[in-house]
Design a protein around this ligand. Structure first.
Ligand SMILES: Nc1ncnc2c1ncn2[C@@H]1O[C@H](COP(=O)(O)OP(=O)(O)OP(=O)(O)O)[C@@H](O)[C@H]1O
Ligand SMILES: [Mg+2]
Length: 416
């Protein structure tokens, strides 16, 4: 039987839970969906554990109902300006006398990576081996049993703020679930929005959410940068509300009604009536004024994204161009033109047609978590500190299940 995996995306505007599995044809199948609007995250960081736990619970229950499956544990995402991915290379002399690589050699390297220095208040969250090199031979995915003197590992090392990781774990556990793993959003979203060929050729992924824009870039099949900007679709709404002196909800309604970000695409500009911020009197506003506000913010977000990428790499080297995703940008017409002008590269908006039942950008992170978790490299591991955090939290939380949970956790770390 295929393993059922649960992915939870704790976003700025919603908690999305998907229950799914990868079928025999390597396709992601969604069995249950839960979607709860909430606001317990600011700039990518959980600021209200109670509220977040409640929203997790509600969205998990909804997904459980649809899938007819009881959820006990889930993978969850992490993102935001505090998250960094470092490309690291570790090497070791092969330990055994007969120079055959064993699990012990890999373990030794993982442990030294776990001891890498990180900046104050940060922790290593996740270690994802990309390839092994045995005596100079590259591209090895599983080196165990191979003969060699020197074993090298190239790995993505994810670091993030300790308090943020703790808040994620606490929120999920407060909702009555165990944390299977914490997955960086760029890995999750890119699973479904990018093609392997694009990752090979060089591509930039821009995920404009509600409060955060995640920017990642891939080349030669691997992630080469990940960064984020604390601006998203909610800022567009805010700008409309402030610019027109109308309520936030009225502004959100207008944004979703027009789904437009380019004044040049307006077919018939006209005056419309909107309620003033005090909701007492109606006033007339030109549609082009609303679209101008949206255009300015969308241009700003994409220009900031461009600057971020340029810090790491020359834009011309991204031959597959730019892919846009996230609810904050996917729905606004003109998005592609604006991005093409700013980046001077080919642009497309990600499509999720291959995920029946969850073919929308708002589901992409949760769906991608399931796909990423299912294919995690067998030696990937959640860092020691994060594991210990889970143990501590489990211990403080639910004493009764403690030993059972530890046993399960230990099993899953070694089988990861
Ligand atoms: N039809 C639409 N037109 C314009 N904007 C939309 C539309 N539907 C959703 N949005 C915007 O998409 C944003 C939410 O997108 P998404 O679900 O990707 O964000 P999130 O995951 O909650 O946030 P983040 O990733 O920043 O934590 C909101 O700002 C919302 O207003
Ligand atoms: Mg998001």
């Amino acid at each position: 039987m295929e393993e059922i995996i649960v992915g939870i995306d704790i976003g700025t505007t919603k908690v999305c839970t998907l229950i799914g599995k990868i079928d025999k044809n390597d396709q992601l199948q969604i069995l249950g969906r839960g979607f709860t609007l909430f606001s317990g995250v600011k700039k990518g960081v959980i600021v209200d554990i109670e509220k977040t736990a409640e929203a997790i619970r509600a969205s998990v229950e909804e997904a459980e109902g649809e899938a007819n499956f009881k959820v006990n544990s889930a993978y969850v995402n992490i993102y935001g300006t505090h998250v960094n991915i470092i490309n690291h290379k570790e090497s070791t002399s092969v330990l055994s006398d007969n120079q055959v690589v064993t699990q012990e050699d890999i373990e030794k390297m993982l442990q030294s990576i776990e001891r890498l220095p990180v900046s104050e208040g940060n922790r290593i969250i996740d270690i994802i081996p990309r390839q092994y090199i045995v005596d100079g031979f590259e591209g090895i995915m599983d080196p165990i049993g191979m003969s060699g003197l020197i074993l090298e590992m190239e790995a993505d090392v994810v670091t993030g703020k300790l308090t943020s990781v703790q808040n994620i774990i606490r929120s999920v556990e407060k909702a009555g679930l165990e944390v299977d793993g914490i997955i960086t959003e760029a890995y999750a979203t890119s699973e479904l929005s990018l093609l392997p060929e694009e990752k090979e050729m060089g591509v930039i992924l821009i995920d404009v959410g509600g409060g955060i824009t995640d920017v990642s870039a891939f080349k030669n099949g691997r992630i080469i940068m990940y960064d984020s900007i604390p601006v998203g679709g909610e800022h567009v709404t805010n700008d409309i509300a402030i610019g027109l002196r109308i309520s936030y909800s009225e502004a959100d309604k207008l944004k979703k009604q027009y789904e437009l970000a380019l004044t040049t695409l307006i077919k018939n500009d006209q005056e419309i009536s909107v309620y003033d911020v005090n909701e007492e009197k109606l006033k007339d506003v030109q549609v082009s004024r609303i679209i101008k506000i949206i255009e300015a913010r969308v241009c700003e977000i994409l220009s900031l994204a461009k600057k971020l990428v340029e810090k790491y790499e020359n834009l011309d080297t991204f031959r597959a161009g730019v892919v846009l995703t996230g609810g904050g940008i996917s729905y606004v017409n003109g998005n592609k033109q604006i991005a093409e002008d700013i980046f001077n590269l080919p642009v497309r908006v990600a499509s999720y047609r291959s995920v029946p039942g969850a073919a929308k950008p708002e589901y992409a992170a949760a769906a991608g978590i399931i796909k990423h978790a299912a294919k995690r490299n067998m030696y990937s591991r959640i860092s020691r500190e994060t594991r210990e955090m889970r143990i501590k939290d489990n211990h403080n939380g639910k004493g009764g299940n403690y030993f059972k949970r530890i046993a399960k956790a230990i099993y899953s770390w070694f089988s990861m």
